[in-house]
Design a protein around this ligand. Structure first.
Ligand code: FES
Ligand SMILES: [Fe+2]
Length: 352
């Protein structure tokens, strides 16, 4: 593992952004997976993603115009449709014949559902249907048109590896997340024991009961249980279910490049009354995520010296699984064989 840069996994679907961030007839330029991507939504509402580089002279297409159907480059006015195919070159003389359809800026497969825009980064130009992850995961209990009730994003100045290790780290909360409303006393750590099992492209902390004394969980009804899944390429899906309501929390880590990462936290909830509490909830989510963001900035000061790092049992066992999953994803890809989940069912114990 390189301390500052992570290897970026391909052949997988990544969350580019929530649907609400791309309005009809508008585009949104982003760097994802170290590639310039121009996301957009046509005038009929369909989301797309094309490569943000004009194939003529390489200027980013984001500097041009989008009329709801085609993107026009700002330099010589070439036009590209939302599949990346060239549809017009204004300089073409009536005596010239150019087959525009042979010219493309390149496009990415897009799936939009549950209020998220997913973009596929292929291994070597293969379509997702022929790849090893044909579709992004569906969040349980919610329909395709259900958008997140809350969504925040903070850019982290660290590789996806350190963002992921923080995400699946059960023992930093008592030291890092110490707001008055989420206080864990680092001098009063309690023993924890959780059961884990392999699941699709990752593992699950298997479903278990949540403490009935916590009033926040009471809002979901009785018999509140939770299951947390972690999976490639950097998703944490928490599914909390009571007999009345359910909530899904999704954390995504999408690489901007090898050493910068977008970390998103989103919530879907079946309760209708979340609305008035949104500003407060959003503020609390930001405070919480910002604590993680600040810790990786401080961590980077040490990582610059390339120290040898440690992953200890059982507190960092999930971090080890993450590294093993990444390695197996790459190895199975290069050996053109099926992905074999390296995670074995087991119980982990720690103090937190
Ligand atoms: S550089 Fe885009 S049209 Fe020439
Ligand atoms: Fe954290």
């Amino acid at each position: 593992m390189n301390n500052l840069k992570a290897e970026l996994l391909r052949g997988l679907w990544y969350v580019a952004c929530p649907s609400a961030e791309v309005k009809p007839g508008k585009t949104l330029a982003k760097t994802l997976m170290n590639e310039p991507v121009l996301l957009g939504r046509d005038s009929k509402g369909k989301a797309f993603a094309i490569k943000d580089i004009c194939p003529h002279r390489g200027i980013p297409l984001r500097y041009g115009q989008f009329d709801g159907e085609t993107v026009q480059c700002c330099y010589h006015g070439w036009r590209f449709d939302t599949s990346g195919t060239c549809v017009d070159i204004p300089s073409t003389h009536e005596y010239q014949t150019i087959d525009y359809s042979k010219i493309s800026c390149g496009a990415y497969p897009v799936i939009e559902r549950q209020g998220l825009i997913w973009v596929y980064f292929s291994e070597s130009g293969e379509a997702p249907e022929d790849g090893r992850q044909p579709e992004p995961p569906r969040l349980p209990d919610f329909a395709d048109e259900d958008e997140p009730k809350l969504a925040i994003m903070l850019p982290f100045v660290c590789s996806v590896d350190h963002a992921a290790l923080g995400l699946m780290d059960p023992t930093h909360a008592a030291f890092v997340h110490t707001s008055w409303w989420f206080k864990k006393n680092a001098t009063k750590l309690r023993p924890k024991e959780k059961h884990f099992a392999p699941s699709d492209l990752g593992w699950a902390m298997v479903r278990h009961k949540l403490p009935p004394q916590n009033i926040a969980y009471k809002l979901l009804g009785d018999e509140v249980t939770t299951e947390i899944r972690y999976r490639l390429p950097g998703l944490r899906i928490e599914h909390i279910q009571g007999d009345k309501h359910s909530v899904v929390g999704l954390t995504t880590i999408t690489p901007i490049d090898e050493d910068k990462t977008e970390v998103r936290q989103m919530f879907w909830a079946s309760m209708g009354w979340v609305g008035p509490f949104k500003p407060l909830l959003r503020h609390l989510m930001k405070v919480f995520l910002d604590q993680d963001r600040r810790v990786v900035i401080q961590q980077r000061e040490g990582l610059e010296y390339n120290p040898k790092l440690m992953l200890i049992n059982d507190a960092d066992t999930q971090g080890r699984w993450w590294m093993q999953l990444k390695e197996e994803w790459n190895r199975s890809g290069s050996e053109a064989r099926e992905f074999r989940n390296p995670v074995k069912e087991r119980t982990l114990r720690w103090m937190s």
